[in-house]
Design a protein around this ligand. Structure first.
Ligand SMILES: NC(=O)c1ccc[n+]([C@@H]2O[C@H](COP(=O)([O-])OP(=O)(O)OC[C@H]3O[C@@H](n4cnc5c(N)ncnc54)[C@H](O)[C@@H]3O)[C@@H](O)[C@H]2O)c1
Ligand SMILES: [Zn+2]
Length: 376
């Protein structure tokens, strides 16, 4: 049931190992990378208290002097204050260039841990051990890390590829339902980028996935990682094709900005964004309407929102305000908002010339209200 996906980036290449019960059995994979050096393990309070004890004996054997560093849970850790506190703790504890940083947790720990590894002594080795579905399929792979600033999410960060990623799907057994579904939003995104075979597999196996069948989870995590691996290998520094992994995200980020971050999980915004990207693609004549129906139906079956009132029911969603948020998106260049569209399952393309009227129709289709031009 084990899968190993190679991320091909020349001398920065590494493997992502996906398997159940991996943490109790990863000494052989980690020993040559750790080489008995001291591990600085970064985690959050919940993961540190509940999942770390089972991992500790392996760490004891690999790195007798390993030390735990705990960042506060949630987005607050992804801040200048959070990174400063973490770096201070690590320097106080004598972490230096000869140490290895191991990020053990969800995407927050992966991002703040990855950023700290890039900054400490101008860069120390990084190992990612993601514990949420979101982190296993998406954030632990690709080498991006970031913190948030007053100007928005993920605006300050670096690229630092890990030496290895260990995705133990057994850790997902304790994941809250809402976090599992949120990660699944990214899984659906990956299948749409891949093609008919992958999407049909999700349709046929959804119940097994949501029931956390280990074999099914290995398949979905490996599929997500392979998708990202292909795209990242072609465009490590996000200058072109890597934009494709943002399918649904121009919409999702605007919904998150409008509602305020933390109102709903990121993957829920992605699900609604995928439905919108499919609808917009159909309006532009690129995608068959039956495929839009198929995509929204699958998201609904997974318990994910495909309309704005399902994403957040209180308050009005104003189309003009959402469009304005899109103009401030990182992907907007010289006033042109970039959308990833679908010509078919597995056939994404990027457009910076979506007619405003078509975009407005899609937002209305998703349940936004017209008007609000004068500053909603
Ligand atoms: N760098 C990237 O390429 C990239 C990509 C996608 C997302 N991200 C970032 O990832 C973050 C979101 O990550 P996330 O969704 O993993 O959130 P998270 O890290 O906040 O984890 C969610 C919650 O689940 C808990 N948790 C973690 N593992 C658990 C487990 N096995 N069982 C039970 N509870 C567990 C955590 O303690 C936390 O409370 C965002 O900040 C986002 O910007 C980064
Ligand atoms: Zn995302």
């Amino acid at each position: 049931m084990n899968r190993r996906v190679h991320i091909d980036l020349g001398e920065r290449s590494y493997d992502v190992v996906v398997a159940p019960n991996l943490l109790g059995d990863c000494d052989a994979a980690l020993a040559p990378l750790v080489r008995a050096r001291r591990i600085a393990l970064v985690t959050d309070p919940w993961v540190g208290d509940n999942l770390l004890p089972a991992f500790a004996p392996t760490l004891d054997a690999l790195s007798p002097g390993w030390t735990r560093f705990t960042v506060s849970g949630g987005e607050a850790a992804k801040s200048f204050a959070g990174i400063e506190a973490l770096l201070k703790d690590m320097l106080d504890a004598g972490i230096d260039r000869g140490c290895v940083l191991l990020a053990f947790g969800g995407g927050v720990v992966g991002d703040v841990g990855g950023f700290a590894a890039a900054l400490l002594m101008r860069g120390i080795d990084l190992i990612q051990v993601p514990t949420t579905l979101m982190a296993q399929v998406d954030s632990s792979v690709g080498g991006k890390n970031a913190i948030n600033t007053a100007h928005g999410k993920n605006l300050v960060g670096t690229f630092l590829q890990p030496k290895i990623v260990l995705a133990d799907v057994s850790l997902l057994a304790s994941l809250p339902e809402i976090e599992l579904r949120s990660g699944y939003g990214e899984v659906v995104k990956c299948a749409l980028l891949r093609g008919e075979r992958e999407f049909a597999w999700l349709e046929d196996n959804l119940e097994r996935i949501l029931a956390r069948d280990p074999a099914a989870l290995v398949e979905v995590v490996a599929m997500g990682v392979e998708t990202k691996a292909r795209i990242v290998s072609e465009d490590e520094l996000d200058r072109g094709r890597r934009a494709l992994v943002n399918l649904g995200h121009t919409f999702a980020h605007a919904f998150e900005t409008q509602a305020g971050f933390g109102e709903f999980p990121h993957g829920y915004a992605v699900a609604t964004g995928l439905a919108c990207a499919a609808d917009l693609s159909a309006r532009l004549g690129a995608l068959a309407p039956a495929t839009v129906e198929r995509v929204t139906e699958h998201l609904r079956r997974a318990g994910l929102p495909t309309r704005l009132d399902e994403l957040a029911g209180d308050g009005e969603w104003r189309a003009a305000a959402i469009e304005r948020s899109m103009l401030h998106d990182k992907k907007t260049v010289a006033g042109r908002t970039h959308f990833v569209l679908l010509e078919d399952l597995g056939k994404p393309c990027v457009s910076d010339a979506v007619p405003p009227a078509a975009l407005r129709e899609t937002l209305l289709w998703a349940g936004a209200v017209d008007g609000g031009e004068a500053g909603a």
